[in-house]
Design a protein around this ligand. Structure first.
Ligand SMILES: [Zn+2]
Length: 341
């Protein structure tokens, strides 16, 4: 099998706490022998699971990056059972630039799997995760938001993987986030996703969509951080008291799904998008969840974006300006509980 060219400054087999980086060969005009440094921390203490925790897969998704930066500083090996590997930002140039895609190679990191050892920076890091870090992990946690383009009702989400034991364990991990909604989603925009590669290796994959757009209120960061700690306790890698929603005085998580292509609503024309429904609000069959206005044609009526079936609005357009083909709304539907067992 092809060997990675990525060098790690941390030893994943050593006990204790280490903070370092993954060095990815990257040549540019002012530095021919440069390396892109992706920060990584590993805490290891005796027997237990290995949990790989990551954020910043898309640069413009910050609550997970903040949550992991805090854990890197705060956690000590005595609090760990097994091994916790943390990558606060998978795509540092994109995070610095406030972009979804890597400014270095233009790639969407979450479409770069399984990766290639001789490819772009994104290809190389994807290959390293696929061949080095996923195989050593039992749990793979990848924290997202909708980025600047989409605002989600803050939720943990997952794919409905075929293996029922893996699925049950992913359901339990998703529930441990204690979000109001848990979301079953499907890939409507291409292949090569990080979670799909980890799932195909049999890993227990836990992912989120913690809000999005530009506004990230304090409650969203709190939920990202407190939910994440509860997930790590659930995995058995972090000491602490596990809390259910009932313990927190909250109603049960509502499981919803968007598994049909028509649940994802695309702008039929370019224009200015007006949301007509709040996130988390129920909608009826045929209801307009938003409409597109045309600045150049004040006489023209806005074009509605319709919910094709009754459900709940789980994802909403971030920026008001939209282009034809942009996903502007995600409509979700209640889940038949038997699929979760
Ligand atoms: Zn994302």
């Amino acid at each position: 099998m092809a060997q990675t060219h990525i060098h790690s400054t941390v030893d994943f087999e050593a006990p204790g706490k280490q903070v370092g980086h993954l060095a990815i060969p990257y040549s540019h005009n002012l530095a021919g022998w440069a390396n892109l440094q992706v920060p990584v921390a590993v805490l290891s203490n005796g027997d237990g699971p290995t949990v790989l925790l990551m954020a910043g897969n898309h640069g413009d998704e910050y609550p997970g990056q903040i949550a992991i930066l805090k854990l890197v500083r705060e956690l000590q090996p005595e609090q760990i059972r097994g091994r916790l590997i943390m990558i606060p930002v998978l795509n540092p140039p994109a995070s610095r630039a406030g972009t979804r895609l890597s400014p270095l190679d233009g790639q969407n990191f979450n479409r770069s799997f399984p990766g290639r050892p001789e490819g772009s920076v994104s290809d190389q890091l994807a290959h390293y995760l696929t061949t080095v870090l996923f195989p050593m992990s039992e749990y793979v946690i990848d924290l997202h938001t909708g980025g600047r383009s989409t605002d989600f009702y803050p939720c943990a989400h997952m794919h409905l993987v075929a293996d029922r034991d893996q699925r049950r364990r992913m359901v339990a991990g998703t529930l441990a986030y204690n979000t109001d909604f848990a979301f079953l989603y499907t890939d409507i925009a291409g292949a090569g996703l990080l979670p799909v590669e980890a799932e195909s290796q049999g890993k227990i994959v836990i992912t989120t969509e913690m809000g999005g757009a530009e506004s990230l209120p304090a409650r969203l960061n709190r939920l990202s951080q407190e939910g994440l700690r509860n997930v790590l306790i659930h995995c058995g890698v972090l000491e602490g008291e596990f809390k259910t929603r009932e313990d927190l005085g909250l109603p049960p998580t509502r499981w919803v799904q968007s598994l049909d292509r028509e649940d994802y609503r695309f702008a039929p024309e370019s224009g200015i998008y007006e949301s007509l429904v709040d996130l988390g609000e129920d909608v009826v069959d045929g209801e307009a969840v938003g409409q597109i206005h045309f600045l150049e044609r004040p006489d023209r009526a806005p074009v509605p974006v319709i919910a094709p079936k009754a459900g709940v609005l789980l994802g909403d357009r971030g920026p008001s300006v939209c282009a034809q083909g942009d996903c502007v709304a995600v409509i979700a539907h209640d889940v038949d509980p038997s699929v979760l067992e």
